[in-house]
Unconditional design. Structure first.
Ligand SMILES: *[C@@H]1O[C@H](CO)[C@@H](O)[C@H](O)[C@H]1NC(C)=O
Ligand SMILES: *[C@@H]1O[C@H](CO)[C@@H](O)[C@H](O)[C@H]1NC(C)=O
Ligand SMILES: *[C@@H]1O[C@H](CO)[C@@H](O)[C@H](O)[C@H]1NC(C)=O
Ligand SMILES: *[C@@H]1O[C@H](CO)[C@@H](O)[C@H](O)[C@H]1NC(C)=O
Ligand SMILES: *[C@@H]1O[C@H](CO)[C@@H](O)[C@H](O)[C@H]1NC(C)=O
Length: 245
């Protein structure tokens, strides 16, 4: 009996990761919404639309994909009013877009749990705390804009896990400190990366040489930080480059 029970337990553990236990909408409601809301005493008007009596298509600042990966089109009236989509575990979150929305909380580690999340645009809010390490676990994330907030601490090295898929990383105007972490691999070229904006923080150390290997870079801003030393010539080819004060 005992043997059987532990066998069943074993099976249960084995199958856990294969089951989608929690829909993306569930994760948003239970983890992301309260974290972004933070301690603000008045409920954020955008976040308040994320609730079970509002059809998914009317939750503000979000984009979704269907089970096949194609964008969920919220144009038609029937989709816009479809409450059943809220509990459809095959619907996946692809984008969070709430710039300048008065957000006063933080980004929780659960942000790394969305399998299809491609972009996060949360610039010009009052978000604080650190940029979670788990961001680097997001298998689809390619565009990040967290500029003009109050994020502090250092940039998590896990960001370079996303190297092959990253297109733009904008973190201008926060309170990030420490030196920029090197990518773990020696030859990280982040080929699709076009925009890197770390300006207006408190970053320090020598010039981050690994950036010279990012061959697709078109826009680099490291201005208004505490970097020391000289800028390598290899960067001369970048079309927009700003490191001055
Ligand atoms: C937010 O609330 C937590 C606990 O409820 C508290 O520790 C923290 O200081 C608060 N932060 C702000 C900015 O008020
Ligand atoms: C749910 O969202 C609607 C807007 O879509 C809003 O009017 C309503 O107050 C929200 N309900 C709660 C409990 O926040
Ligand atoms: C509403 O969404 C459910 C769940 O995805 C789907 O099965 C159903 O066909 C949709 N209904 C309409 C009218 O679009
Ligand atoms: C980040 O800011 C919070 C206050 O918002 C502070 O408690 C914490 O020590 C800071 N962390 C770093 C690494 O500066
Ligand atoms: C890294 O690139 C250099 C020069 O391009 C090459 O010689 C080296 O073998 C590469 N290392 C790895 C681990 O791919």
């Amino acid at each position: 009996m005992l043997v059987l029970r532990s066998y069943l337990l074993f099976l249960l553990f084995l199958s856990l990761p294969l089951l989608s236990l929690c829909s993306d909408s569930d994760l948003l409601l239970k983890k992301i919404k309260p974290a972004l809301q933070g301690n603000a005493t008045i409920e954020n008007t955008q976040l308040s639309t994320w609730n079970l009596s509002t059809p998914l298509c009317q939750w503000r600042g979000l984009q979704w994909a269907t089970a096949t990966g194609s964008p969920l089109s919220c144009d038609s009236a029937s989709t816009r009013s479809n409450l059943s989509l809220n509990s459809d575990t095959s619907i996946q979150l692809t984008s969070i877009q709430l710039p300048a929305s008065g957000l006063q909380g933080y980004i929780p580690s659960d942000i790394g749990d969305f399998s299809s999340l491609q972009s996060i645009y949360l610039a010009v809010n009052s978000l604080h705390g650190s940029i979670p390490l788990e961001l680097g676990n997001s298998p689809s994330l390619s565009e990040i804009d967290l500029g003009s907030n109050s994020f502090n601490g250092s940039l998590p090295p896990s960001i370079w896990n996303l190297c092959d898929q990253l297109v733009s990383v904008r973190l201008h105007g926060n309170r990030l400190s420490g030196s920029l972490p090197d990518p773990a691999g020696p030859n990280h070229t982040c080929d699709s990366l076009k925009v890197l904006d770390f300006g207006g923080n408190k970053l320090e150390g020598g010039f981050p040489l690994f950036i010279t290997k990012f061959t697709g870079l078109q826009e680099l801003d490291l201005s208004a930080n505490r970097f020391t030393g000289s800028v390598p010539e290899a960067l001369a080819e970048i079309s927009y480059f700003f490191i001055g004060c």
